[in-house]
Design a protein around this ligand. Structure first.
Ligand code: ZN
Length: 159
């Protein structure tokens, strides 16, 4: 019985590993977003990850577009790619709730079973919690998301 469960866990881990590598090799929404209304940079000196996140919020405060550029380790790039994929179409409030759920998954002792069903494919990064040094890589883009939403970018306030 336990052998079957272990096997399933291994399969899931392999699936997650492939999803992370796929997003690291072919990041979605990579590049500058000229129409961005909000932007923020993230730097993780421990690993050398640097990125800039771009968001375009419409008049209803919904995220119409999101992108990022920069460079870093596979985890940081995959996490930024999964982030942009996940938040497009969300309201700013929903994106901040997702930020809270995602970082709780990696940083808190909170009951993961409560948080995870809302995360969808972002669960692929849940294995990072076993490697505390990599948690900053996985959450870097998310902290940039939180800063970007909380303050308008300089280019958006020129009027
Ligand atoms: Zn990193």
């Amino acid at each position: 019985m336990s052998a079957v469960h272990t096997h399933e866990a291994d399969d899931l881990r392999e699936l997650y590993r492939e999803l992370i590598l796929d997003h690291a090799r072919s990041p979605r929404h990579f590049g500058k977003l000229d129409a961005a209304t909000h932007t923020a940079r993230g730097i993780n000196p421990l690993c050398g990850d640097r990125l800039q996140l771009f968001l375009q919020l419409d008049q209803a405060e919904r995220i119409a577009a999101a992108s990022f550029e920069g460079s870093g380790c596979a985890i940081s790039v995959a996490s930024a790619s999964l982030l942009t994929d996940s938040v497009i179409g969300m309201s700013a409030t929903e994106a901040l709730e997702l930020f809270t759920a995602f970082t709780a998954q990696l940083c808190d002792q909170q009951d993961v079973a409560v948080v995870i069903p809302r995360l969808g494919k972002l669960q692929a990064l849940s294995g990072v919690r076993e490697f505390p040094a990599r948690v900053k890589c996985a959450t870097l883009a998310w902290h940039a998301l939180e800063s970007a939403i909380s303050q308008r970018s300089a280019t958006a306030t020129t009027e």
